[in-house]
Design a protein around this ligand. Sequence first.
Ligand SMILES: Cc1cc2nc3c(=O)[nH]c(=O)nc-3n(C[C@H](O)[C@H](O)[C@H](O)COP(=O)(O)OP(=O)(O)OC[C@H]3O[C@@H](n4cnc5c(N)ncnc54)[C@H](O)[C@@H]3O)c2cc1C
Length: 450
Amino acid sequence: METLSIRVIGAGLAGSEAALQLASFGFKVELYEMRPGKQTPAHKGGNLAQLVCSNSFKGLSLTSAHGLLKNELKMLGSFLLQIAEKTSVPAGESLTVNRDLFSEEVEKLILSTPNITLHREEVQSLEGNLPTIVAAGPLASDTLADDIFKRLGSERLHFFDAIAPVVETDSIDFDYAFYKNRWEKGETEDFINCPLDKETYDLFVQKLREAESVEPRPFEKHELFEGCLPVEEMARRGTETLRYGPMRPVGLGINPTGRKWHAVIQLRAENAQKTLFNMVGFQTRLKWGTQKEIFSLVPALRNARFARLGCMHRNTFIESPKLLDETLRLRPELPCAKGIPPTWFAGQITGAEGYTEAIATGWYAAWNLASTLLYGNSNPLPAESCIASLLRQLVSPNENFQPMNFNFGLLPHLQDMKKKNKKEILGEQAISAITQWLQKNKPFPYQEMV
Ligand SMILES: Cc1cc2nc3c(=O)[nH]c(=O)nc-3n(C[C@H](O)[C@H](O)[C@H](O)COP(=O)(O)OP(=O)(O)OC[C@H]3O[C@@H](n4cnc5c(N)ncnc54)[C@H](O)[C@@H]3O)c2cc1C
């Protein structure tokens, strides 16, 4: 059989997974990545599959939505998940990686896969001769994004997302900080806790609010992603909001005076050497000088050196419910699909929010493209599975479509389901559905590559 070639635009999380899957199915892949020649506002350098903010793929437990999604991806042979496990750093019950090592390993695998040719070039248009997966991410280059939105005839949709700061460990004052995981989860103590007493906390919140008193630009007013709010926005919503959010003082025992902690900033390891820690949930859009000033109110961070400060970026996505079918393909019957090769979308640009979701949609687009080209029809995953549930959310009619993380609410609920064991039941249902599906579907020459 003649080897078919596929174009993949963007070697981020979704594009790298898609390219590796397609190569393992026997396709030739022309993979385009514009960095380092052309940068996005959030990536640094030219590493493939770069994690731009947190270094965590979230929880591992099968009673957490992300644990279940990751388990499913593992069952389906995701390459990036295997690499994430290989490059993980201890972080309680979550899958957290050394981000540089993770990117390096993905890049190494891509470069050593004979079926993949990596082009360090910007793709400027959907025009072309090869079936295509668009995985250019939320920060797709302006030229490509303009071409996509002009062709698809839909308005350019976006919201604003923010990145958390990273601290150099040896600049943390351990007279005022301690290692402990919330609820003592995990075998090693992977989190550094930086407590604030009531007086310091109140001042901290007040300063965050004052910094926010600068009138935000019009685009920042209504377009924040609720799951990733900047800390100053949380502070503005109420004095106690942060204490019930990223600064909640629970699961950490009592302080040396025998009282409960008032508020705590948690830091999570960025690398296995633990030379860098990121401020969990502390995404922010404050000016850099202001960030340093306000964070230095925290006793443990008085003299902190920041390897990276927080920032905020546009996050672009298409109107998937109108444009994509349940296989993530641009509906071939739409006028905008004429004159361009068969096109699938994957990753954050579809509105699937989050790292693991990007990998999942990359896997799914590759799978569907392969099935369609080889057998003439797609081969959907069972409705009870996590990925099919995520997909339903993306492509079901929705006039007010917004990006969303995978969550239990997306899984099909049984009638009269009792609240108590709901997560366990939904989890078992999803795993059993995928197990059965896998027994019938092993059609591709899958290779062990990692
Ligand atoms: C600022 C920010 C912070 C985020 N933080 C988190 C977080 O902490 N946790 C989380 O789970 N999710 C986070 N997300 C959401 C999302 O999970 C990530 O953006 C994720 O990387 C999306 O994966 P992707 O493959 O769709 O895009 P990306 O990983 O961004 O990959 C897209 C790739 O395409 C390349 N590219 C773009 N245009 C072109 C072109 N025209 N030609 C060739 N190459 C091109 C880019 O350089 C990039 O390498 C964040 C998003 C943003 C914007």
